[in-house]
Structure formats: structure tokens, C-alpha cells
Design a protein around this ligand. Sequence first.
Ligand code: FES
Length: 205
Amino acid sequence: MKKSQIVLTQYSPFLSVDTPLVAVDGNSVAIPRVCSLCRCGESKYKPMCDGSHSAVGFVWTREDSDKAEPEHYVGKDITIVFDRYLCMGNGACGELEAVFGTRKEPKYEPDAASADEIIAIIKKCPSGALSYILDGKHIRFFFDRPQVVVEQNGPLHVQGEVNLIDDQDSDKLIPVGDHYTLCRCGGSKKKPLCDGSHEENGFEG
Ligand code: FES
């Protein structure tokens, strides 16, 4: 298989290249090798682009590129690494409240559960905001094949090694790893990455 890629400009939809697509129902979608995916939120055929972005005249320049160094929370067995810029509030980490707290009051307590429990939760974080260090190794690769999974009323979950190539060097915002989330509601300030704005702007699709 050729190297999977997502390619875009500030004025374009996502061009998915050699990347399998999984719909919200979990089924694979038959798509050509190159396929346009909506990121303005207006297409009538989501997740596909139908050209609506031209009609709405949207320009998707990133407003927030203020990325700090990842935070390290060192425990006796495991270190939780949190890349705050990438967090889009998916909430999967809240399943382990003793360690990660709640959406309103997040925290990072690496000794409040076993390393295995923490790892299982970190693997559910779709944005790449959470990763971990165990036995001196920073673990950030969780997927064995590339694909894009559509979240109902939410972003695209990019999994596996899928290159992100655009005219704003957005790949520099994604750490070494194999997963990230892409905005398809048009509302993120961290475009093309999802920042959780879909939770507030009523995006459906
Ligand atoms: S899908 Fe647009 S901010 Fe999440």
C-alpha cells in the first residue's frame, strides 16, 4: 500500500490519499484513492465534500498556533505525557476519574491506578494529547494500519501513520505518533486540528 496522506490548503477540503475511510456506523466506505472530505461542515453528503465550501466562502486559516511543550506527570511506574494543545475534550480519559479527573476539573495522578489501567485509557485518546513513558520508552504509536474514522457529530479520527501535509505546516503541531483528530465542523481555532468546538456549535453530521 502507498503511504497514506491527508493533503489540504487553507482554501480546500481534506484530500484523503490512499487512506481507508470508516463511517460513523463502523463500516468501511468504498472510496477512490483520492477523495475530498468536508471540513467546512456544510456539505449535504458528509463526510464527503460537495463543494459547499466555495458557496460559504470559508477560509480556514489557523487562529491558534500557541503550542507549549508537553507536560510530564511522573509516577512510580508510569509517566503520563499530556500535550495540552492537542486536547479536544473527547472525554475518554474521564473514565478513569481518579487519575484524570473530570472535564471540569482535570488532573493527572499517575499513581492513582495501575499502569495497565492508565495505558488502556490513554489508548482511547483520539487526538494524541495523551501518551505515556514506561521503562524509559515514550509510547505514542497505537495503531497497526492507516485509516480515517468519522465520529458522529465530531471530528475525523486519523489513525495509523497518515502524513498530514498542508500550507500552514500543521504537521509541526502533531508530535511523533500515529493519531490525531481533524476538524470537520469548520469551527476549530486550531484548524485543521479539532479543538472541541463541535461540542458548542451544534455541528451535526
Ligand atoms: S470537529 Fe470542528 S472543532 Fe471538532
